[in-house]
Design a binder for this molecule. Structure first.
Ligand SMILES: C[S@@+](CC[C@H](N)C(=O)[O-])C[C@H]1O[C@@H](n2cnc3c(N)ncnc32)[C@H](O)[C@@H]1O
Length: 301
């Protein structure tokens, strides 16, 4: 994963205060004591400055742990100093935002799901949308591994030209850094390409100095956009939605609100895929039928 440009700043671990050299929390190996109120102030400041909504839909313990780790790594002596830094430094705000989201992903993560998409789901959806392009939305797309895996499948199954004409893949994420990496389409062999066969590497990637660049045949099928999943009124239309390993960070009411909104934009028989460790909450089962419980594939009723 590419390190943010300002990361060097965080390595300054000794700060001068009132003429006394003091060790930062990182140097002392301490986690800052972060109260609920301080967390709220930090998140409010982040929301005001970035224009993104408050993180009150995320699971609190998870957010608290990440903010504390960020304070520790920032070189600050305490929470007050960190608040000041956050106010002054746009780079730190981006770094905090990045650290609040987990970007773990891989090409063809959960390979059996991609087999099911290729052999069952895509052929079925293509039949239903014969007279217009099929719209695919990859939510929480991280550095592009998931939408590009789909693009590779489509080129393999339908050919480059037809894939371009018949499919639209929109990939969204909240994090700018990871989206910039997605758009660059450069990857390291490990861990991103671990699940890519030698034949696929050969056909779809160009190697340079040990890194791999996705070729245009698949890259051009995907459009990236920054979007916060909590802004349910901004959702695009889609026939197939991949929302994997992203809902997991939201609390139950937020998950249900998001899933209701996804049900609203899917047409009847449209498909939603969740992550392997995610499940459909009971109130949503009137809106989604389970097509494949193992692969977490659901069909809009
Ligand atoms: C673990 S990754 C999932 C990547 C991919 N879907 C997969 O399953 O391999 C979770 C992604 O969700 C994104 N994310 C977190 N909160 C979000 C939000 N409110 N709106 C949009 N994306 C969000 C993170 O930035 C991160 O890239």
């Amino acid at each position: 994963m590419v390190q943010p440009a300002g990361e060097l700043y965080t390595n300054l671990t000794v700060c001068a205060m009132d003429g006394v050299l003091m060790e930062s929390l990182e140097e002392q190996g301490l986690q800052p004591e972060l109260t609920g109120e301080q967390l709220e102030v930090i998140l409010e400041l982040l929301a005001r400055q970035t224009g993104l909504p408050l993180f009150d839909a995320y699971k609190e313990s998870c957010v608290k742990r990440r903010v504390a780790a960020r304070i520790r790594r920032s070189g600050c002596l305490d929470v007050e100093q960190y608040l000041h830094l956050l106010q002054e430094d746009g780079g730190e705000r981006e770094r905090l935002l990045t650290s609040l989201s987990i970007h773990v992903s891989q090409f063809f993560r959960n390979p059996t799901l991609f087999e099911a998409l290729q052999t069952v789901v895509l052929p079925m959806l293509v039949q239903c949308t014969a007279d217009r392009p099929l719209r695919i939305w990859s939510i929480g797309c991280s550095a592009g591994e998931e939408p590009y895996s789909l693009a590779i499948l489509l080129v393999e199954a339908y050919g480059e030209q037809a894939a371009r004409e018949q499919f639209e893949i929109l990939a969204t994420d909240i994090d700018r850094t990871t989206l910039a990496q997605a758009e660059s389409a450069w990857y390291e062999a490990e861990p991103a390409l671990r699940g890519v066969s030698a034949a696929r590497r050969e056909r779809f990637f160009t190697e340079q100095d040990g890194s791999f660049k996705l070729r245009p045949a698949a890259q051009q099928l995907v459009k990236f956009r920054r979007m916060d999943l909590q802004l349910v009124d901004c959702y695009p239309q889609a026939d197939l939605i991949l929302c994997r390993n992203t809902l997991i960070y939201f609390n139950r009411p937020a998950q249900e609100k998001i899933l209701q909104a996804l049900a609203d934009i899917l047409p009847q028989d449209g498909i939603l895929v969740l992550g392997k460790s995610e499940s459909m909450p009971a109130p949503l089962r009137t809106r989604f039928a389970t097509l494949d419980p193992t692969e977490r594939i659901y069909s809009r009723r």
